[in-house]
Every structure is written in structure tokens, then in C-alpha cells.
Design a protein around this ligand. Structure first.
Ligand code: NAD
Length: 434
């Protein structure tokens, strides 16, 4: 098929490279000239394992990029994969979706054949059949169901394994309007090469259901982590190891053994944004979802719990505290929603001098939090030297290998937020929930 993808960030670039790899002719449309040039030069504009190789292989062949929306006229399908950032109140900002849809509508006004518009960005229920539909009609005089057909295909990839997740998905959700067989058939054709190879579950559903499935998926996972953290906090009060408890309850297949690692909580570009967005959307309809609000509350509590445990061993006022890890999870330099920021801000509020280390995320924290008055170390060993205490924030493998480095601390106290450090003689070690 001839496919256009609007937006060439993590999702759009991954989708484009993978669909090209599966035999489609794909054009990425992005307003950012550097991103477009990078793809056309055969280079990946985002850091994702496997993506540089796919782009190098297909750029100039089945994959190209442009800033010119006219490119969609030579395609059968347009996938919208632009950002849907959070507003201050947690609701999603749909202005980028609206702008992209308007440009698309104006362009599609020149096309004679039917065109499928697939919403891949994460949007709250009703966005596609209301905002997108009305924008296409207003901008291009297009009739939905005739000139343009609408679909929703939410994306479940995770950063750090985006290519693998796109090519080996556990499910593909195809949302279309009732009785729009043309849209459903076209979607099936788009994903046929992936379905043939990876055999995922294929879910046929409505537009709003498809939009909601994405939020329900992330809200469920985030809540599962908050629930095990809540249970973990109770465990800690009774001197019970929450990991032993989690291992046992995970044997019950109604619970499952994944997402049961208690600790400092969730972050990243999706969980905080998506949970906040679905809470805000629910409230806009007059429903305040108590469980999801509690999931956020528990997540906000965990950094405070870590600081309280640390303060029970070290007088934080004037103490030198090593913070190990700044990225929201290991394997990425992404610091969006990282638990490191509330930990560091809490330490500073309590009068501590912070020395932070992360193998890849230091530059991002320096750039995005210039007001943080802290020191950065070049290694975990340097951060630990002469420290009065240590908070472990990110589960990097290299922290698990630390050993003699703790001997160089002024007072060897470690509070581990991620269950990565081994207990050892001479070290005052506390787990957050164990
Ligand atoms: P991103 O910010 O990395 O990329 C968005 C791209 O859209 C940018 O390259 C930007 O230049 C481009 N853009 C902005 N306005 C445009 C316009 N008018 N026309 C064309 N291009 C335009 O975003 P992302 O991380 O790829 O996320 C995209 C969507 O997918 C979001 O809704 C997000 O919630 C969702 N999602 C993201 C992930 C993830 O892990 N990143 C996973 C699943 C779903």
C-alpha cells in the first residue's frame, strides 16, 4: 500500500520504518525539517534499538520523508502520529492533532478517491469522531464516510523496544465506525504483513472503544504498580519483604507476575500523561474516578516515603546525599516523569547537598531543570565518595554491581527505591518496601 504518516517522532518514525520493512511504500510528513532531512539521509531522528538499521535500509527506497502535505495525495491511508501533550490540568492538548488534521483536510480536498485517516496518537474517546471529523469537513469540505473514512489504531509500543513492540505486537486494535467495511478492510490490508508474521490478537471495535482501550491499558498497568506499592508500604510497616509477597501472589494467574515490582513508582512519557488525561476526561463528564486518583496519589507518595526512611538514619540537613539514577527507567535517557526529581527536590527542601549520577541522563536534567542546585558526578563511585547517605532511584544494572564503592561513603546508608542493591555487611541498607 501507499501510506503517509503525519508526525515523525518516536511513534511515527517507528511505524514508518516498520511498515516500509513489511513492504509498504511509506512517506513521513513532519513540520520539522531536521527530522525530514535525517530520515532522507538514512539516519534515525530518534534513539531506538533497531531503528537506524531499518531507516538506513529503506530510506530512498520504500521510505521517504517530506514537509509537504501534498505527499498524502499519492497515498491510500494517512496515519496521524503527532504528539498529544498534557495541559496544566492533566487534560490532553489536541491543538497539534487539530493543526495536522486541518492541513490534511485542506490537502485531501484535491483527491478524488476515498482516503482512510487513522488516528494513532493517544486521544480521549470522542476525539476522532468529533474533533477530527469536523476539522476534516471544515478544512476540506470532506464528507466523512464517503471522501474520508475514519479509524483509530492506538499504539502500545514502549520506548527502548519500539521496533520490536511494533513488529511483534501482542494485539492490534482496529477501531472503525459501525458498518464502515471499507475502512476495516483497508486497515486489515495495512496490517496484514505484521499479522501474517507475528500473529497478534486482532481486535475489531468502534472508534471510541479503540481510543479508550489505550487509556484503559495504561491506567490498569499504572494502577497495578501503585497497588503493589501501596501493599509494599504496608509490608514495610510490618517488616515484611514485599518482593516475597509479590512473588507468591504473582503465581495466581488472575493477578499475573508482571508489574509487581514495588518501589519508587512510575514515570515516563506515557503513564503520567495518560492517567492524568483519562482522569481529566472523566471529570469533564462529571465522574471523578477515585481509584485512578488514588493511583496517582500513591505514586506521588513514594519519593516522600524514601526520604522519610533515609531521614530516619541520617540527619538530612547539611548531609551530602548521593542520588543514583535520574532516568525514569534503565535503558533510556528520558527523564519525563522521573521519580528522581521529587526525590532531589525533597532532599534539597530538607537541607541536603545532593550529588547525582546517571550513566546517560545527566545532560537532560541539567538542561530541563537548570534551577536545581545540585552537583553531578561522572560515576556512581564518585557520587558515593564521602556521602552521608544514598538514594537509589533508577534500576541501572551497574548499580547492582556496586560493592567496595560503599566503603568510601562517610556513613554507609543506602535506601534502595528499586530493589537493585544487595544487602552486605557494613552497609546500613533499607529497601523502600522490603
Ligand atoms: P513526538 O513528540 O516524539 O513526535 C511528534 C512529531 O509530530 C514531531 O516530530 C513533530 O515535529 C511532529 N508534528 C507536530 N506538528 C505537526 C504537524 N502539524 N504536521 C506534521 N508533523 C507534526 O511524539 P510521540 O512520542 O511519537 O507520540 C505521538 C503520539 O503517540 C502521542 O499521542 C503519544 O501519546 C502516543 N504514544 C507514544 C508512545 C511513546 O512511547 N512515545 C507510545 C504509545 C503512544
Amino acid at each position: 500500500m501507499d501510506v503517509s504518516i503525519i508526525g515523525s517522532g518516536y511513534v511515527g518514525t517507528t511505524a514508518a520504518a516498520c511498515l516500509a520493512d513489511h513492504g509498504h511504500d511509506v512517506v513521513n510528513v513532519d513540520i520539522d525539517e531536521d527530522i525530514v532531512a535525517s530520515i532522507n539521509d538514512g539516519e534515525s531522528p530518534v534513539h531506538e534499538p533497531g531503528l537506524p538499521e531499518l531507516i538506513a535500509e529503506h530510506a530512498g527506497g520504500r521510505l521517504r520523508a517530506t514537509t509537504d502535505y501534498d505527499a498524502v495525495l499519492d497515498t491510500d491511508v494517512t496515519v496521524i502520529a503527532v504528539g498529544t501533550p498534557s495541559r496544566g490540568d492533566g487534560s490532553i492538548d489536541t491543538s497539534v492533532v487539530e493543526a495536522a488534521t486541518r492541513s490534511l483536510g485542506e490537502t485531501l480536498a484535491q483527491k478524488d478517491e476515498s482516503h482512510l485517516v487513522v488516528m494513532k496518537s493517544t486521544v480521549v474517546p470522542g476525539t476522532t469522531d468529533e474533533l477530527v471529523a469536523s476539522t476534516l469537513t471544515d478544512a476540506g469540505g470532506l464528507t466523512v464516510g464517503e471522501d474520508v473514512h475514519l479509524a483509530v489504531n492506538p499504539e502500545f509500543l514502549q520506548m527502548g523496544s519500539a521496533v520490536e513492540n511494533f513488529q511483534q505486537p501482542h494485539k492490534i486494535v482496529l477501531g472503525t465506525q459501525a458498518d464502515d467495511e471499507w475502512a476495516l478492510d483497508t486497515l486489515h490490508e495495512l496490517f496484514e504483513p505484521i499479522v501474517d508474521e507475528a500473529d497478534p490478537a486482532v481486535v475489531e471495535t468502534g472508534l471510541r472503544e479503540a481510543e479508550m482501550i489505550k487509556y484503559a491499558n495504561n491506567a490498569f498497568l499504572a494502577s497495578k504498580v501503585s497497588l503493589i506499592n501501596d501493599i509494599g508500604n504496608i509490608c514495610k510497616e510490618f517488616d515484611v519483604d514485599a518482593y516475597e509477597v509479590a512473588d507468591a501472589i504473582g503465581l495466581d494467574d488472575r493477578i499475573g507476575d508482571r508489574f509487581l515490582r514495588s518501589g519508587l513508582g512510575w514515570g515516563g512519557s506515557c503513564f503520567p500523561k495518560d492517567v492524568a488525561a483519562i482522569i481529566a476526561a472523566a471529570k469533564s463528564q462529571g465522574y471523578e474516578p477515585p481509584l485512578l486518583e488514588a493511583a496517582v496519589e500513591v505514586n506521588d507518595l513514594q519519593p516522600q516515603r524514601l526520604l522519610d526512611i533515609l531521614a530516619s538514619h541520617v540527619d538530612l540537613n547539611g548531609a551530602r546525599i548521593a542520588v543514583l539514577g535520574l532516568a525514569f527507567k534503565p535503558g533510556t535517557d528520558d527523564i519525563r516523569g522521573t521519580r528522581a526529581i521529587p526525590v532531589i527536590e525533597g532532599l534539597c527542601d530538607r537541607g541536603a547537598d545532593v550529588v547525582a549520577y546517571d550513566p546517560v541522563a545527566v545532560d537532560n536534567v541539567r538542561e530541563q531543570y537548570p534551577a536545581l542546585d545540585i552537583e553531578y558526578a561522572d560515576s556512581a563511585a564518585e557520587a558515593l565518595r564521602d556521602a552521608d547517605g544514598c538514594a537509589v532511584v533508577t534500576a541501572w544494572d551497574e548499580f547492582a554491581a556496586l560493592s567496595d564503592e560503599f566503603d568510601d561513603m562517610a556513613s554507609p546508608v543506602v535506601v534502595d527505591g528499586r530493589h537493585v542493591i544487595e544487602r552486605r555487611d557494613g552497609l546500613t541498607y533499607e529497601g523502600l518496601t522490603w
